[in-house]
Design a protein around this ligand. Sequence first.
Ligand SMILES: Cc1cc2nc3c(=O)[nH]c(=O)nc-3n(C[C@H](O)[C@H](O)[C@H](O)COP(=O)(O)O)c2cc1C
Ligand SMILES: Nc1ncnc2c1ncn2[C@@H]1O[C@H](COP(=O)(O)OP(=O)(O)O)[C@@H](O)[C@H]1O
Length: 310
Amino acid sequence: MKRYTDANTYNNHVPSVVTIGTFDGVHIGHKKIIERLVEAAKRNNLESVILTFFPHPRMVLQKDTSIKLINTIEERIQILEKTGLDSLVIHPFTKEFSRLSAKEYVEEMLVDKLNVRHVIIGYDHRFGRNRNSNIIDLASFGIQNDFTVEEITKQDIDDVAVSSTKIREALLEGDIMKANKYLGYNFMLTGKIIKGKELGRKLEYPTANLYIEEDYKLIPKKGVYVVKSHINNKLYFGMMNIGNNPTVNGQHQTIETHFFDASFNLYEKKIQIEMLIRIRDEKKFESIEALKNAMQDDEDFSRDYINSTV
Ligand SMILES: Cc1cc2nc3c(=O)[nH]c(=O)nc-3n(C[C@H](O)[C@H](O)[C@H](O)COP(=O)(O)O)c2cc1C
Ligand SMILES: Nc1ncnc2c1ncn2[C@@H]1O[C@H](COP(=O)(O)OP(=O)(O)O)[C@@H](O)[C@H]1O
């Protein structure tokens, strides 16, 4: 998959089939559309292209910092890599870009830059300044500019019964199993291991503290989860707590993982952790001893779960 950080740097002269969207999560519904795109491209000797925008338009236009996404941009790229897509164009979404009229956008981006022959697009897709153009307008631009438009109907979307919104809701409720089923892969957190209170080792459960740089990344509901991660090319299972550590009067939210049967120094290391199932809510325990007992129960649960599924 070729990657372009701006449509202006796209320099491929093979005519293309393009689909446009955020594709947050790249879930099983998105995958169906991408399959359609890749097949249409193969059949007609065209380049398959996804045009996506970053940051999310709402982050730019409404300065909405509360918006949370299932994937960071890096994760989205990583998942798209596996789909057979030829080219991914991540165009910077700026205020200036948002002011392009529909005609300018179609002619400058799709026609001139991406050399489009065919567009596959959702029935409710809107584009251009103030989002005031729709799929019918796109089809008439197509007649003038020699490309065709194929609709992803409401029926196509309802048939899959999956949406990024449903997945976000499941994650906020802690329903990782449901989110993973809709995603078609395990929900992941990617970040760097930083120093914590150095209390974990005293509990005999050292916990790697994950720092996620992207403030727009959706963090699932507080609580304890079974997780896994590839570290130094080896698969480790573990248990993660997302929360404020009320037992030790923690002040801010942390994401901490104890990996089983492992001893390593992870400080400063970048890792990706896949979440598998939720065990329980985070609690304020009477004593450190009670917390330690609960963590032992979490370990028992996790090991049983891992043994029953692997
Ligand atoms: C599996 C697991 C479950 C945990 N459950 C709780 C909990 O219910 N309540 C709580 O206050 N802290 C909980 N913690 C967090 C511990 O308080 C935390 O690991 C400890 O404070 C060590 O922090 P440190 O890594 O910053 O040294 C849990 C941690 C893990 C790994
Ligand atoms: N099995 C393990 N699981 C997680 N971290 C481990 C493990 N073994 C060693 N470590 C290391 O210990 C650190 C966590 O120790 P801890 O006492 O909890 O300190 P901190 O409060 O800085 O996280 C991790 O960041 C990692 O470098």
